[in-house]
Design a binder for this molecule. Structure first.
Ligand SMILES: Cc1ncc(COP(=O)(O)O)c(C=O)c1O
Length: 376
């Protein structure tokens, strides 16, 4: 099987893991955790980075630290991976889902602004939903597939309406808007190092922030909120969400190769776009001039989505449909969905992600192209 987006473990991974084993530092304390945090904060340009066991736990803790709780609303795009919405639900808050832009596939900021303008009211410096008076406390912006919306506009919207901003940057390590790294626009940014991401720790995540208190709290809560270095005194309900040293060792070796991985993703993107430019009705995600995307997961749209998926997978070229829009899942059916044309559904019905691992070879790329061309 040619993998959709598999890990590329061709650097110092084994050497660093061996070091963990040789020294016995395999668990949640160790120098690789700190080294990975320093490497990520330096790369993205944030003051702080705190390693987490996954992107999902990074999102959960970020929401928790920003005091999102029962009866709050959190705005999120309707087209995202389930983890974004799960993290909101873990805090007992409710999502307000915003439809996406047809070209970029990111949250539609026109719709967002229209909604905030028409349906909310400021009460004591807080943004409240007119219908029930509940507070809209945060927006989770998701950088879908490594692309980004107009982040400067989004930051301005958040400031104007007194709403906190969390970036679900799980897919966008290496992506920038006007030269500023994803994850560094909001109060907090969350990355994922799951096996299919641009770098992997096996499983892992990272919170980045410029706020010292948020960083300290993230470390505290992710290590069971232990408040005394000797006695088992815990000052609140904490979590076991810290990344292990072995995972961080893999992550550090991966960070050393990140620029190469991004270059490879760009080569793959150029190859596919050139190959499919005039083939049938195939279209691509549009990247605005202000965005540098890491092109994490190459995804095309076509009315032939179903037959393409069938043919690719039959030929052992692992390909996947896009996420089912959140408003179509049973857990979120009752939640508010702000839309005019239900673009999320149009994208879901036509999009498919095709093999684009950073170590895919030319022969495999050609096989994918031939397989797709045959369907037209
Ligand atoms: C948009 C998005 N958010 C959150 C996550 C969750 O990250 P993890 O799998 O590391 O928990 C992922 C990926 O898995 C993702 O794609």
């Amino acid at each position: 099987m040619v993998l959709l987006s598999g890990p590329n473990l061709s650097g110092n991974e084994l050497k660093y893991i061996k070091d963990c084993i040789d020294t016995g530092w395999v668990s949640s304390v160790g120098s690789y955790v700190t080294d990975l945090e320093n490497s990520v904060s330096k790369y993205v340009g944030s003051k702080y980075a705190v390693a987490m066991s996954s992107g999902t736990t990074a999102l959960h803790l970020s929401l928790k630290i920003l005091n999102i709780r029962k009866d709050d609303y959190v705005i999120a795009p309707n087209l995202t991976f389930i983890a974004t919405l799960n993290a909101i639900k873990y805090t007992n808050a409710n999502p307000i889902l915003i439809d996406v832009d047809e070209k970029s596939w990111q949250m539609n900021l026109d719709l967002l602004e229209k909604f905030l303008n028409n349906k909310t009211r400021q009460v004591n410096g807080k943004c409240t939903y007119k219908e029930d008076g509940k507070i809209i406390k945060a927006i989770v912006a998701v950088h879908v597939l490594g692309n980004m919306c107009d982040m400067l506009r989004l930051v301005k919207i958040c400031e104007a309406y007194n709403i906190l901003l969390i970036e679900d940057a799980a897919e966008s390590l290496g992506s920038k808007f006007k030269g500023k790294h994803s994850g560094t626009f909001g109060n907090v940014g969350c990355f994922s190092f799951n096996g299919n991401k641009i770098i992997t720790c096996g499983g892992g995540g990272m919170i980045v922030t410029n706020d010292e208190n948020i960083a300290k709290k993230a470390k505290h809560l992710s290590t069971q909120a232990k408040a005394d270095s000797f006695e088992y005194f815990h000052d609140e309900i904490g979590y076991n969400y810290r990344l292990t040293n072995v995972s961080a060792a893999i992550g550090l070796a991966q960070m050393e190769q990140l620029d190469k991985f991004i270059k490879n993703k760009h080569y793959i993107k150029d190859f596919y776009i050139n190959s499919f430019r005039n083939i049938g009705d195939i279209t691509f995600q549009a990247i605005n001039d202000d965005v540098f995307s890491n092109w994490w997961l190459f995804t095309i749209r076509s009315k032939k989505q179903k037959s393409l998926l069938e043919s690719l997978n039959k030929n052992k070229l692992q390909s996947r449909p896009f996420w089912i829009p959140m408003n179509n899942l049973p857990m979120f059916k009752e939640d508010l969905y702000v839309t005019e044309e239900n673009i999320s559904n149009l994208i879901y019905k036509s999009a498919l992600s095709i093999p684009c691992s950073t170590n895919i070879n030319q022969e495999e790329l050609l096989r994918v192209v031939e397989c797709i061309k045959k369907e037209f």
